[in-house]
Design a binder for this molecule. Structure first.
Ligand code: NAP
Ligand code: FE
Length: 366
């Protein structure tokens, strides 16, 4: 058996009123906290109030940054860091989807290292972050259980991961926060989690631990499939999808994402396609390209689907089509990605430009 390495230090607490019930844990991280969140959703779903109430109960002073946009930019990361450095924040509570959580991890590195600049996020892997506590309000990215932070780099015209590995100290999961998620965001984000399960399962870094988690996540997703199709997002369904998301995060924390994520970034950056949809529309053609047919069959079985056409129909119905990418653009994105070995190394066999182009062509409508 190959050498196996499994590391997942994030403590996960899931339950009703998890933030308020566990407020004493915040005292372990200091007396001044920076809350980082998106524009409005954390007010509407009650997560921001739960956090501020919990902090007041513990006598912890907080500052608030509530302007993280979707696919957060390095500029936003710098603004968060500027506030955290000025206020001498001891730790960050990140509330929201993957965007605020990812932005917090990158800003946490800049706060901890007062001389570091945005460039050090990509060339100094040993830099640490101040502690991050994640309160997710989408069930998709799994950022609460991954060490990754994906930011938008407008100089390089792409989304890219910082090179530090920042696992949150805690993931505090309360299904209540998901109940206000609009239908299409629910779908896009849950398909992101499905992509993580599938890509992690098919990755060259997959091992017995990540596969065990991926299979459980796929089974849970399969149990929700009918309700997802019917857009029947009850508390019970959302609870399962929240588990799926955090489990899928644990899978990619070990095995990484693969070709669909690498290809999806161009769709998000240049065509404004939401992250989950950008990966999801590519999944079916990607699985056709994968050589390990036994694993593909296992995925379909766990999802309660007969064959890849059924998976394709499910994804098309849920996500709709992408028809804004020209053939020339597909060629350009394929050419650039084919040269990026770092992004393709998680696929178990060599990936050529023609392979990438075929996946784009088969997945997108011209
Ligand atoms: P998001 O970009 O964080 O948020 C999308 C939208 O959902 C925002 O408009 C947000 O509004 C809204 N929203 C969030 N929670 C809500 C709720 N409970 N009710 C209503 N609306 C809500 O979405 P995401 O898909 O979770 O995150 C995507 C980002 O994560 C991408 O940048 C992607 O690259 C990254 N990602 C990271 C990892 C990782 O391992 N770190 C993995 C996959 C993807 P507000 O702005 O008002 O909050
Ligand atoms: Fe993702």
């Amino acid at each position: 058996m190959d050498f196996i390495n499994y590391y997942m230090p994030t403590k996960i607490l899931l339950g009703e009123a998890v933030v308020l019930k566990n407020s004493p844990l915040f005292n372990n991280y200091g007396k001044k906290v920076l809350i980082v969140t998106g524009k409005t959703s954390s007010i509407i779903n009650g997560s921001l109030k739960d956090v501020t109430d919990a902090l007041m109960k513990e006598g912890i002073i907080y500052d608030l940054f509530n302007k993280v946009e979707e696919n957060p930019s390095l500029k936003t990361v710098e603004k968060i860091a500027e506030l955290g450095r000025k206020q001498k924040s001891d730790f960050i509570i990140a509330i929201g989807g993957g965007s605020p959580i990812d932005a917090s991890k990158a800003a946490g590195v800049l706060i901890k290292n007062s001389n570091a600049t945005r460039y050090n996020l990509f060339d100094s892997p040993h830099l640490k972050s101040i502690p991050i506590i994640a309160v997710p309000t989408t069930a998709g990215t799994g950022s609460e259980t991954t060490p990754y932070s994906i930011v938008t780099d407008s100089e390089l015209q792409t989304k890219r991961g910082i090179c530090q590995r920042i696992f949150p100290e805690y993931a505090l999961l309360d299904v209540k926060y998901l109940m206000f998620l609009p239908e299409q965001i629910t779908i896009n984000t849950t398909i992101d989690a499905l992509s993580h399960l599938i890509e992690g399962y098919m990755s060259s870094n997959a091992n017995v631990f990540s596969d065990t988690l991926a299979e459980k996540g796929l089974k849970l997703f399969g149990e929700c499939l009918t309700m997802i199709k019917e857009r029947d997002f009850t508390y019970i369904v959302r609870e399962k999808l929240m588990l799926v998301s955090s489990i899928a995060g644990m899978v990619i924390a070990q095995a990484g994402t693969s070709i669909p994520h690498a290809m999806g970034y161009a769709l998000t950056y240049f065509h404004n396609i939401p992250h989950g949809k950008a990966n999801g529309v590519l999944l079916n053609s990607y699985l056709k390209f994968c050589n390990d047919k036994n694993k593909v069959r296992k995925i379909l079985y766990l999802l309660t689907l007969e064959n890849l056409n059924d998976l394709g129909d499910f994804l098309n119905t849920m996500l709709g089509y992408v028809n804004t990418v020209s053939y020339e653009q597909m060629c350009s994105y394929s050419g650039i990605l084919a040269l990026n070995n770092a992004k393709l190394k998680n696929h178990p066999s060599p990936v050529k430009m023609e392979d990438i182009l075929k996946i784009y062509k088969d997945s997108l409508k011209v």
